[in-house]
Design a protein around this ligand. Structure first.
Ligand SMILES: Nc1ncnc2c1ncn2[C@@H]1O[C@H](COP(=O)(O)OP(=O)(O)OP(=O)(O)O)[C@@H](O)[C@H]1O
Ligand SMILES: [Mg+2]
Length: 330
């Protein structure tokens, strides 16, 4: 078996808040293999974006602090690399596309110029060459009338087109890893299907490994080879996507899978994803996380031990962090 492209080990991120120091990532570990799609799934606030941002070295500080853990890219510890190599890696080897393209695109430049800028930042080509490449890239991501659209400003495009622009920018330097943070949340289902198809095509063509962040198990079912399910800053279940979808072990994962029909449902008024029908309650705020399992208050299988002790992630290929499930298996 090949070596992981990215190895994340025991990552910890804390934030200073008005409630004091809170732990947003509490020992997150996972591997990303070459050319695979790893889905990171969980409800709002469980730490998906913070995981992605820490890989990119983008945790805002203050108030954020990376207080532990190790990230290896192709076997090399990122923290031990020179700043120059780190910068080159983030943006060149690892590219990220964000949930809301409007916030990452500059409203006063045409999209052609912005893609060309991204190319010039990391590659030694002339401005003219970069401009031609940006049109090629727009064609690659299926932008209709690419030459004309290259001269458009972000607000002149639809949400789906803007997301295509983001993908074009992200793949402009042929990254080894593409992190996609809720790339389709703001889009309707048909456009979502097109963007997923585009991502699959790019993966096939360039062999890029994709980390797909989503709150939606439907997207996982469609895209992911492997899945890490997050809850309150920890991974609580991990394994092959087919195995987890067929045989979820954690009550939280079962609840998320029960929500798959929500795929076509509209977001709430404030833009957050629809409420999970199958799991009562909400993710507890970070400052209220106690010593026990963070899911205990919502869990149908809860017992005494769950309130006292955090369950550890155990297993070899299909891992789960749940006292009830682990007891059953023992
Ligand atoms: N700048 C910050 N200051 C304090 N807490 C923060 C900050 N950024 C994130 N957090 C906290 O870290 C936790 C994880 O946030 P994160 O953005 O990773 O959630 P998420 O899983 O991406 O959610 P969503 O699905 O809504 O995007 C949340 O509880 C959030 O409140
Ligand atoms: Mg997020």
């Amino acid at each position: 078996m090949s070596e992981p492209l990215l190895k994340v080990d025991d990552l910890r991120v804390e934030f200073d808040t008005r409630h004091g120091r809170v732990t947003a990532l509490d020992g997150v570990s996972f591997d990303l293999m070459p050319a695979e799609t790893l889905g990171i799934v969980g409800e709002s606030g469980c730490g998906k974006s913070i995981t992605a941002l820490s890989l990119m070295g983008l945790i805002p500080s203050p108030p954020g602090h990376v207080t532990g853990g190790r990230i290896e890219f192709e076997g090399n510890d990122i923290a031990a690399m020179t700043k120059r190599r780190q910068r080159q890696m983030r943006g060149h080897d690892i590219a990220m596309i964000f949930q809301e393209p409007m916030t990452s695109l500059n409203p006063v430049f045409t999209i052609g110029d912005q893609i060309a800028e991204a190319i010039l930042l990391h590659q030694d080509v002339s401005r003219g060459e970069a401009r031609n490449r940006s049109i090629e890239l727009l064609k690659t991501v299926g932008m209709p009338e690419a030459e004309r659209r290259a001269r458009a400003f972000p607000h002149e495009l639809s949400g789906g087109m803007r997301q295509r622009v983001m993908i074009a920018m992200a793949i402009s330097c042929r990254p080894r890893i593409l992190i996609a943070d809720e790339p389709t949340t703001a889009l309707d289902v048909t456009v979502q299907a097109q963007i997923f198809e585009l991502m699959r095509g790019i993966q096939e063509e360039f062999g890029v490994a994709i980390m797909l962040i989503t709150h939606d198990m439907g997207a996982i079912a469609e895209m992911a080879d492997r899945v890490a399910v997050m809850y309150a800053g920890r991974i609580i279940e991990e394994g092959d996507a087919d195995e987890i979808l067929d045989n979820p072990l954690h009550p939280y994962t079962r609840g998320l899978i029960g929500c798959i029909p929500l795929l076509g449902k509209e977001a709430r008024d404030d833009g957050r994803p629809p409420k999970l029908a199958e799991i009562p309650g909400v993710v507890p705020p970070l400052h209220l996380l106690g010593q026990g399992c963070s899911f205990a208050d919502r869990c149908p299988l809860v017992h005494d031990r769950c309130h006292r002790e955090k369950p550890l992630l155990t297993g070899s290929t299909h891992c789960v962090a749940c006292h009830a499930t682990q007891m059953e298996a023992a």
